[in-house]
Design a protein around this ligand. Structure first.
Ligand code: ZN
Length: 343
């Protein structure tokens, strides 16, 4: 079979790849759709992010869905023809964090298309993947495989919302309107937020956020003063989801947050300098959020029951043979929200 493999920055190839039959407890999935994530783009442009670097060729991709083709022995709940989303997480289940119910913090996590481990865990931009049966989650009949491939980023956002606590009636600020920021708008709206303001430095993604239900979508590069109404008193927002990983976006928010507000840092930003006195004196609560666990199946259920609609985010679908073109398109924020590969 063929796969979309990163060899070095800007060296993305369609390579032949081994295609093992499923062993006991495994299933082989014929992949239909795979979404390009920000981390895939980091591997493509820079060969990694932070201290994580590719040391060997690696198939990219971890937002994938397809159809079960074959099942190994001992797999009772899936059979050939089942439409599934593939959960890219494979926690060990036995380490202290798995046992304490934080499987996303597993000491021995195998996450598809990640160079954090050596050898790297190969990703899902392939014609077929063979995974543990528990990673293949059946989807609702009315859900398309393209939507099912959105389960992973949606799960990230559901997990982030869980870090914030209840959002019912709250005023929510989302900084950064890439696919994750846009999905935070969808999730905050579903969770009952009374007002959702989203900021970015590009107009195109803000237009998508308006369609998704943002109350206000503000370009802070050109119209920063439009945020002034939320500076009243000590600030107005109850919750910030910081989805840009950009220090300027986070710092901008400190004047807009009311005392006691919760900051959920969703974007990875490397080293940042923060106004600690503002955190102390306004009693702000700074929280991290990393990947997801049960939220993957929740994401599929909410989409499958028609409670959340992610279709407006899918801005283009290209055949995987045109992966380089697709990655370049995904990089262009004036044209793209979520770009998917088809297989
Ligand atoms: Zn573990």
């Amino acid at each position: 079979m063929r796969a979309v493999v990163i060899h070095a920055p800007k060296d993305l190839r369609i390579d032949n790849f081994p295609d093992p039959a499923p062993a006991a407890g495994e299933v082989r999935v014929k992949i239909a759709a795979g979404g390009i994530c920000g981390s895939d783009l980091h591997y493509y442009h820079h060969g990694g992010f932070g201290t994580v670097r590719i040391k060997e060729p690696m198939a990219l991709g971890h937002e994938i869905a397809g159809v079960v083709e074959a099942v190994g022995s001992g797999v009772a709940h899936l059979s050939a023809g089942a439409r599934v989303a593939v959960n890219p997480s494979r926690p060990c289940g036995t380490c202290i964090h798995c046992q304490e119910g934080m499987r996303n913090q597993c000491l021995d996590m195998r996450f598809m298309g990640s160079a954090m481990r050596n050898p790297h865990v190969q990703g899902g931009f392939r014609e077929h993947v063979t995974v543990e049966a528990a990673q293949a989650i059946p989807i609702a009949e009315k859900l398309s495989l393209a939507e099912a491939a959105m389960a992973e980023p949606l799960a990230v956002c559901l997990h982030a919302a869980n870090q914030a606590g209840p959002l019912m009636g709250k005023r929510v600020l989302v900084t950064g309107c890439g696919p994750i920021g846009a999905l935070m708008v969808v999730v905050a709206r579903y969770a009952g937020a009374a007002e959702i303001v989203v900021t970015d430095v590009a107009d195109a993604p803000l237009a998508v956020a308006r369609k998704l239900g943002a109350s206000h979508a503000i370009n802070v590069a050109t119209h920063a003063s439009n945020l002034d109404p939320w500076r009243a008193g000590k600030g107005v927002f109850d919750v910030l989801f910081e989805a840009s990983g950009n220090q300027a976006a986070l710092r901008l928010a400190f004047d807009l947050l009311r005392p006691g507000a919760v900051i959920v840092q969703v974007g990875l930003g490397g080293e940042m300098t923060l106004p600690v006195n503002a955190i102390v004196t306004k009693e702000l609560k700074l929280r991290g959020t990393f990947r997801f666990d049960p939220e993957f199946e929740l994401a599929l259920r909410l989409m499958g029951e028609g409670r959340l609609d992610v279709k407006p985010l899918i801005s283009a679908s290209l055949p995987f043979e045109q992966a380089v073109e697709a990655f370049e398109l995904a990089t262009d924020r004036s044209k793209s929200m979520k770009v998917q590969l088809t297989f």
